[in-house]
Structures are given as C-alpha cells and as structure tokens.
Design a protein around this ligand. Structure first.
Ligand SMILES: NC(=O)c1ccc[n+]([C@@H]2O[C@H](COP(=O)([O-])OP(=O)(O)OC[C@H]3O[C@@H](n4cnc5c(N)ncnc54)[C@H](OP(=O)(O)O)[C@@H]3O)[C@@H](O)[C@H]2O)c1
Length: 366
C-alpha cells in the first residue's frame, strides 16, 4: 500500500490534535509517509507532535494542501467551502469534519461501520469528498443500525449530554475559567461567556448552537437529518433534544427506540458486544466495583467499565460504550439505552481517519 501524505486543516484545534494523537497511536492500518499540519495564520510555525515526530504548522494554502494524498478538514465550514472544491477537482481525497457538505445529497456522509460501502473507489473517483457526521450522530447510528438489522426501526427519541469540547478549544477554556472563578469568588450568577449563551460551570443548558424557526436547535436538526441520511431512512421519525453539560470530553446520549418487533434485551446486548466499535456494559452493580471512587487509569480495559458507562470513561477510547439497556415501556415494542463516546475520537478524528483507512484498503490511492 502506498505510504500517504496526510494533511490536517485545523491541526491546532481539539479535533486536529486528536487526529494527530490517533495517528501516533498506530491503530490505523494504512502507512503514513508524512503528516502536514495546517491552521490559521496565527499558528504558523507552532510545533505539534505526531507520535515521536515534531512537525511545524503551515499556512492553509491551496498549493500546499494539493501536495497531500488526503486532507482532513477540522476547521470551520467556511474554510472547507473555500478549499475542498478545487482539491477534489484535482483528485485529492477530502474528509470534512465541518457541516459544510453534510446536507449535500451528492456527498456521502459516512460512519464506516454503518455505511462504509459508500467508500468504494468507483463511487469516489470522480468526486473524492466524504463528509463526517456530527459527534452525537456517529455513536447514535452505530447503535441504531444494530437495532434496525435485528428488530426493525420505527421511531427514535434521543436526548444528548454534550461535553464542552464539542464547542472546540474555547469551550474547554470557558468551563475551566468559570469553575476557577466559582471556587475563588463563590459566584453562581448566570451570565453569557464568549462561547456559551449562559454559564456552563455547575449548570446544564438545553441549547447547542442556535434556535431555528421550528423551535429545534441547529444541533438537534443535524442529528435528525444526519441519522436519516446515514441509515438511508428519509422518513424515520426522530426527536432530539441537545443539552450542553459541564463535562470536558465525552458525549452521552439517552435513547429510546420504537421497534417493529419485540426486543430481546439480552440478545441485543450480545449483538452490540459483537458489533465493531462498540462495547456493551452490563447493568449489574458489581459487588467489588472497579470503577467507583477515583480510578487513576481512565483508559482502563473495557472489562473495567461496569454497571453503566460515563463520559469520563469514554475519554481516550475508540469504542462507543452502551449500557442501561432495558425494555421501553411507552411502546408496544422498543428499547431504551444510554451510550457514551469520546466526541473527539469516534465522534470526530477517529471516524474521519477510518474513512481514509477504508479508502486506502479499497485501493483508492493505488
Ligand atoms: N469538537 C468536536 O467534538 C467536534 C466533533 C465533530 C465535528 N467537529 C467539527 O470539527 C471542526 C473543528 O472543531 P474543533 O472542535 O477542533 O474546533 P477548535 O478547537 O476551535 O479548532 C479550530 C481549528 O480551526 C483552525 N482555524 C481557524 N481559522 C482558520 C483559518 N482561517 N484557516 C485555517 N484554519 C483555521 C484553528 O486554528 P488556530 O488554532 O490557528 O486558530 C484550529 O486549529 C468544526 O467544524 C467542528 O464543527 C467538532
């Protein structure tokens, strides 16, 4: 397989840095010749690490991007719109983490475990552009796909509990600043910050992004639209409520699904455990709990997550953790569950790199 030169636009941001971490972890099967980091003019010359290598941030310019085999866009939609059309016209694979192309019916929106079949070179050669979903949609469709295949899917109700890193580097900074301020000044007044419309420390907000005319937020609409597109079920009824919570990394979701057929919850747990990229966490409260109290090792083995998964346990992991599986009582047939996933890894950087990996193994770069 040809070793790739990979560009990362937005390399200094939380998703870009996570992409560098994932590449350094060596979990991907394609060979990398070189990683080139791109960001805004303010970051040019900054040093970033990728594995044991140190690389210098470059200005985001077309001719430099065009020297890459594949470019991961982890910046604003405006930057994706500015550079991707020309790069794609030159045959360079672009994987876009922004929302710029997700709604374009001609652009595949891909979670490899669910609809990776869209990544065949025959389909991509004429226009090598792949969009990546919102960080809540990705783990959601992975679970829904298993439910759909085994029990049929009729209706989905989801509430999210989204960490501040979903709002990028500034979100992390604001939670840290507000928390410090509370402990120093005991000030619990609610006020806007530069990132969120109200204080997020010691608070929760049923508001992510902006309110639309129909009363949903932009984030909720993304989850609804993207779920239907990835599952190829344009009429699937989906109700979403997106909530920002004061956690740093890891998004959680409470999901209730109406199914076509009765759900055998124990069988579903086994199916989730067997599915690629997911771990089923059993409901039993262990007699000697391994994860209660302060675990020093947040990246412990899957077996160490017991009883129910939490966002902090998802941090740094590649898998979606699924727990609290139980029969839904409001529908004749259905199931309720809780999931958590690292929004920066599977919710963003890892999924994008897995798209490159799938394209490489399908022979796109040969
Ligand atoms: N955070 C998540 O959980 C998540 C999940 C899924 C998708 N996404 C999407 O991924 C993208 C990146 O999000 P993030 O959370 O990583 O944001 P972030 O931490 O705020 O990082 C933004 C990145 O964009 C770069 N940038 C800003 N202006 C630029 C310009 N003019 N030219 C080139 N680069 C520029 C920044 O560079 P400087 O450091 O130089 O300013 C930084 O590297 C967004 O589209 C977001 O919607 C994020």
């Amino acid at each position: 397989m040809k070793p790739l030169t990979l560009g990362i636009v937005g390399a200094t941001g939380v998703v870009g840095q996570t992409a560098l971490d994932v590449l350094g972890d060596g979990v991907l099967s394609f060979p990398v010749k070189e990683v080139r980091a791109f960001a805004s003019a303010a970051s040019v010359g900054k040093r970033l690490s990728w594995g044991s290598k140190s690389i210098s941030v470059e200005a985001t310019e077309l001719e430099a991007l065009a020297q890459c085999d594949a470019v991961l866009f982890a910046s604003e939609a405006e930057i994706s719109n500015r550079f991707i059309p020309e790069l794609v016209a030159r045959g360079i694979l672009c994987v876009d983490k922004s929302s710029a192309f997700r709604e374009d019916a001609t652009v595949p929106l891909v979670v490899p475990e669910v609809n990776g079949a869209l990544l065949s070179p025959a389909k991509l050669k004429s226009r090598p552009l792949v969009a990546n979903p919102n960080c809540c949609t990705t783990p959601l469709v992975m679970v829904l796909d298993v439910i759909r295949k085994n029990f049929g899917l009729k209706r989905v109700i989801v509430s999210t509990y989204q960490s501040v890193s979903g709002a990028g580097k500034p979100g992390l900074e604001v939670l840290e600043e507000e928390s410090r301020q509370f402990f120093m000044e005991q000030d619990l007044s609610v006020k806007p910050s530069r990132t969120f419309p109200k204080s997020i420390a010691f608070n929760v907000m049923p508001f992510v992004a902006k309110i639309l005319p129909n009363g949903d937020t932009d984030e909720e609409q993304k989850i609804i639209f993207e779920t239907r597109k990835i599952l190829d079920m344009p009429d699937l009824p989906v109700e979403a409520t997106s909530v920002r919570v004061p956690t740093f990394v890891g998004h959680a979701e409470s999901v209730t699904v109406e199914t076509e057929r009765p759900v055998d919850v124990a069988a579903l747990e086994k199916m989730i455990a067997a599915a690629k990229g997911m771990i089923a966490v059993a409901n039993e409260n262990p007699s000697a709990p391994a994860v209660q109290g302060n675990s020093a090792d947040d990246s412990a083995d899957a077996a160490d997550v017991q009883f129910f998964p939490t966002p902090r346990e998802s941090q740094g992991r590649d898998e979606v953790l699924v727990g609290r599986l139980r029969t839904a009582k409001v529908f004749a047939n259905g199931v309720s569950l809780w999931l958590v996933s690292d929004n920066l890894r599977k919710g963003a950087a890892l999924n994008a790199l897995q798209v490159v990996e799938a394209c490489a193994s399908e022979g796109f770069f040969n």
